[in-house]
Ligand binder design. Sequence first.
Ligand SMILES: Cc1ncc(COP(=O)(O)O)c(C=O)c1O
Length: 346
Amino acid sequence: MPGYAPTPVVGMPELARIHQVAGIAVKNEQERLGLPSFKLLGSSWALHERVKAVAGLSPDALIAFPDLSRIARGLGPPTLCTASDGNHGRAVAALAEALGCGCVVLLPADSAASRIDSIKGHGATVELVDGSYDDAVAAARATARARGHWYCPDTVGAEASDEERRFASDVMTGYGTLFEEFFEQILRPPDLLFVQAGVGGLSAAAAASLRRVSATAKVVVVEPEGSNAIALSFGSGAPVSVPDTQTVMACLRCQSASFVAWPILLAGVDAAMVVTDDEAAAAVRQLARRGVIAGASGAAGLAGALVASADGMLRARLGITPDSQVAVVNTEGATDPASYAAILAG
Ligand SMILES: Cc1ncc(COP(=O)(O)O)c(C=O)c1O
């Protein structure tokens, strides 16, 4: 990818001292490959794999972006189609623009105007779906099938085809880059990694990557209150869906875990917890004090870490001690500037 560079890691020593842990390391994805979230890591790798498969190239081939663009143009070029809460759609739209493909993104109708405009800014067509994120996912799948577009999902349900599962799995593989960078950048693997979840793809990538470098580190999934399908699924032992609920953490407002993330979460995640809008907003402000710009979804992992380390019962259950090294990811910048300004204003 042109412009690829590892994103920085920021230490939060003062916050660690107040919360009685040895350190808090924040992997800062406020800018990644020119966009304000980690998301392009997933869709770029998945699309790379898809273009190769359709063009009949070797599964082992690694193709530089300009060549990928040339090959994609030779395939039609295809029109990409996906659903989004904002960031995945923006990443797919930016990729389509760079590859010379068309793009259609389906969003829940109550998505923030700034998110819609950012996607349109890459030349994509936005179609609004009267319903939840799950409804937008179902509509995007049906739209892609009806119009012959390439469906580019970051989540799949039980009904998904092999090709759809492949794409969503490759998105998770792409996210792995973030964690491989992270664990090379810090001195030793963290004792606890708090990762915010929407459909669970990012958390699955986190768990898979962390298990490769540590057998003892704990992975804690953090979800918004109400949008906690993963926590509830752990509770019932099988994937369950939740009703659509308003949250300031707009990019985590998902109703179901991804079918391809679920087995990885079940095998590799130690705990799941929820945070409130106020807790996420407080974490946004903490990050801002250290010069890290984070939207509410971006700060949710830190919110979970701060809530857990300030609570005696959670400290005991998660094994948090004054020697614990805690890691979190700021997964986005101020992707909804109006919401960000309101949070900073308290
Ligand atoms: C900013 C941000 N953080 C975290 C996530 C969670 O990723 P996943 O849906 O794979 O759990 C998303 C998903 O879109 C996101 O946009």
